[in-house]
Design a protein around this ligand. Structure first.
Ligand SMILES: [Zn+2]
Length: 265
């Protein structure tokens, strides 16, 4: 069986240079590909280097709404330069009205500028959206989108909006964090996601799994728990169990979906 991580941040500083070991563990459990999402200009070179050295890594370049303040005046030119070099994917980009003290002003403009670049190049897009679902749908409906489609990562939006998003080319990605008992509402949402548009993710090093499902315990140098990207297999098995699906056919479906949006290996 092959597994595909639709969203992680392997470049994250908290992994403290342990990426080769993490990747070796991922390959051992059958992870064929992972979309490694850049979040700001300063981490794009790290994402690019990881992709050059490891065929498992599919690099994605974008400015996450949490880090817009760090942009240089040339950020869009810089983004285009990275995409000229490796035309792979755009993300993580998005809208966030949940994070306290994060200004919303300017988020839509930055999101749309990056969405436009992806549309022009027909590249897949990875989208972060917290407490801005109505506006997200509206912006996607009114603006040029990439024909390849886009991933709504850790989808926690209203069930009623699933058909409208799917019509625009959305894929819905399930994180291991939703396997926590208290996240039943978020898990239930995935019973309504069409299987042809389902993806799974770790979002490593964030969104840790429940203790009993955490097969690869990991802590940062500061002693904080980290989500290991090889936990992806546990995310698959947890979701398969919840949906009442067998693991193998589910993995085959997800592989098809992943290849459709991100391209074959
Ligand atoms: Zn992320």
């Amino acid at each position: 069986m092959k597994f595909y991580d639709a969203h992680n941040h392997l470049q994250d500083d908290r992994f403290a240079g342990g990426q080769s070991e993490l990747l070796a563990a991922c390959e051992k459990v059958g992870i064929a590909r992972m979309v490694v999402n850049g979040t700001r200009e300063s981490d794009w070179p790290v994402v690019r280097a990881l992709a050059r050295e490891n065929k498992t890594v599919l690099p994605s370049f974008g400015c996450h709404p949490w880090y817009l303040a760090e942009r240089t005046p040339d950020w869009l030119k810089n983004l285009q330069k990275f995409l000229d070099e490796i035309p792979s994917a755009v993300g993580e980009i998005g809208l966030d009205r949940w994070q306290p003290d994060l200004p919303y002003a300017g988020q839509e403009e930055a999101f749309l500028a990056q969405l436009r670049i992806a549309a022009e190049r027909n590249l897949p897009v990875s989208i972060h959206c917290l407490q801005a679902w109505g506006r997200m749908l509206e912006l996607l409906q009114k603006n040029p989108r990439t024909a390849r489609g886009f991933v709504l990562h850790s989808f926690g939006g209203p069930v009623a909006m699933i058909p409208a998003f799917a019509q625009l080319g959305a894929y819905f990605s399930f994180p291991g964090y939703f396997l926590h008992e208290r996240k039943l509402r978020q898990r239930e949402i995935f019973k309504q996601v069409p299987l042809d548009y389902l993806l799974l993710e770790t979002d490593a090093p964030d969104q840790h799994l429940p203790e009993d499902k955490n097969c690869f315990p990991l802590v940062s140098t500061a002693g904080k728990p980290l989500n290991h990207p090889a936990n992806l297999v546990a995310v698959y098995s947890g979701l398969a169990e919840f949906l009442g699906e067998k693991m193998e056919p589910l993995a085959a479906r997800v592989e098809e979906n992943f290849r459709r949006i991100f391209g074959g290996i």
